[in-house]
Design a protein around this ligand. Structure first.
Ligand SMILES: [Zn+2]
Length: 196
């Protein structure tokens, strides 16, 4: 039975490398996969899934107006699996379309992304994945500052933590850190490198 999966984790929890690994496992068995990623994240180029350890693949960029269901049906209605990176940036309609891919095309969809934004609110894509996914799984990573599990994402701008502002700001003078709850509110700023 095809299912809609949501695998979430804080920054640097290895989501992109996991996607590339899953894709590789399918393809090794001569099964076709469809790779997709939000067009909003252009750090590695639009339509690229890049892992921090250096592997990268091209992917179908998902824009605001993209209809996931139609795109997948036109691309490969018999694909073995759809893998979506940066799913936090998807919109409500994308999640509904992904659910239709599972229920009507019977293709499993695995969406990977952040759950909490830097203000510690849910991203839209993550909210609807949490509500509509058949299976939800946490990808664990540890706090940047201690050995606890990181459950939040800290935004640092000019060496200072930021808790308000636009939810999505890519390519600015910002850096993000996976953190535990305590260090989200009390980051040891002397351990953060100035990146400008
Ligand atoms: Zn910590």
């Amino acid at each position: 039975m095809a299912q809609l999966f949501f695998r979430y984790g804080a920054m640097n929890s290895g989501k992109s490398i996991e996607i590339l690994k899953v894709a590789h496992n399918y393809e090794e068995q001569n099964k076709r996969v469809i790779l997709m990623t939000s067009a909003l994240d252009d750090r590695a180029g639009v339509g690229m899934i890049a892992s921090r350890i250096g592997f990268e693949r091209t992917a179908i960029p998902v824009k605001h107006e993209t209809d996931l269901f139609e795109t997948i049906r036109e691309t490969d209605p018999h694909a073995a699996c759809v893998l979506i990176d940066e799913a936090q940036f998807l919109q409500k309609h994308h999640i509904f379309e992904a659910a239709r891919v599972v229920d009507e095309l019977h293709i499993p969809v695995m969406a990977f992304g952040l759950k909490n934004d830097f203000r510690n609110e849910l991203f839209e894509g993550s909210k609807y994945l949490l509500l509509y996914a058949d299976k939800i799984e946490e990808m664990k990573t540890i706090c940047w500052f201690c050995a606890k599990k990181a459950i939040m994402n800290l935004r640092i701008h000019d060496g200072k933590p930021v808790y308000e502002g636009e939810q999505v700001l890519i390519g600015g003078n910002e850096s993000y850190y996976p953190v535990c709850r305590h260090h989200y509110f009390h980051p040891p700023l002397d351990k953060i490198e100035h990146q400008d």
